[in-house]
Design a protein around this ligand. Sequence first.
Ligand code: PEP
Ligand code: CO
Length: 451
Amino acid sequence: MTAPSAPAWTPSSWRALAARHQPEWPDEAHVEAVREQLAALPPLVFAGEARGLTASLAEVGAGRAFLLQAGDCAESFRDFSAPAIRERLKIFLQMAAVLTWGATLPVVKVGRIAGQFGKPRSSPREQVGDLDLPSFLGHIVNDDAPTADARTPDPERMLRVYHQSAATLNLLRAFTKGGFADLNEVHGWNQAFVTESAEGRRYERIASEIERALRFMAACGIDIAGRPELHEVDLWTSHEGLVLDYEEGLTRRDSLTGDWYDCSAHMLWIGERTRQPDGAHVEFFSGVHNPIGCKLGPGASPEDVLELCERLNPGRIPGRLTLITRMGADRVAELLPPLLRAVRDSDHPVVWVCDPMHANTITTSTGRKTRRFDDILAEIEGFFSVHRAEGTWPGGVHLEFTGDDVTECTGGSEGVLEEQLDGRYMTLCDPRLNARQSLDLAFRVAELMRG
Ligand code: PEP
Ligand code: CO
């Protein structure tokens, strides 16, 4: 007897499977109406761009480039303005410049931006003071205000996410292609409050060296003005593909190839809580042709990882699959090697990336969620040393940061103390590196890459 073959993939075939962490929308007909509206709207990205990112990630997989994937933990409907987007872009460009200069390797730049609105939560309910409320699930689902009304899921929010993502992406495209990301502007990305710090001064020195290198090339007769790669950057978008009603609504068939693409972002990743090989998220993302990421936490076994490779990249296309490991500073040396060996021996082409944030979250005695800079750095160091020992390529880092001067993670060269966390603790969800801590970390990662 032959096993019954699996039903064919369609943008809605995930609906037959268990989908974890989906909102309990109060009215199914309303969700369906919103999904139809999303399906009729223009795509946010197009298939050719997603293929371009796959090709760049294939370079990372081959050890010829490095991935910087970074941005907010959760984007917000409130913190949405040109300055907020610009300040985030500045620090991103600074980190990329530090890494490119320090390691003399191309850096593939992927933002957690223009779509990062859904949050899986460990508990469906949350205690706020005396109130027992449904958890905040990201602005794509409900509002963070602590009232039962605010916490009720509203599908109209998916349309607002679409429009905010479109406006964000438009400004990012304008900044990155219209002169702001020009290497001649490398000094201008340093923000006032960063310039005064040790890492800000260190950055100024690199910026001056880059300027000097440009002048040197010009003196050698290279036509600097005529080289677009010196004046523009490719900044790709990504988010966790969590709320499948939204992702399905933005999935389109490419007219050129006939393949399906999730046109909500260039790259989507599957979270640690939704990566079951027989679950809805893996089913959905197995059928779209974007580059896909998958988080791997401490519970991931070599068998799980190989099954995910087979499900998500049966054609073994280089650049298609990025595995984002988040094991914790104290466990990475023990948990990562078996996964690296299993994937290496199976000859699956993957990009390995370190998320040093999500397994290093602690709660202070006053109930604040935080992360220590030294733990974040220690997980990245462990990631590099394990890859070096196994002969695999430590392909990149996945970070949560903000361009603002917040106090959410402790430590770093400016030494944010636990008692200072209340000062400017602004995040909607997880604690993020502030601009100075981010730059500091970029210098450390560049050193590791050179080492
Ligand atoms: C995240 O990246 O914000 C997240 C929730 O991560 P993870 O799925 O790894 O817990
Ligand atoms: Co997070």
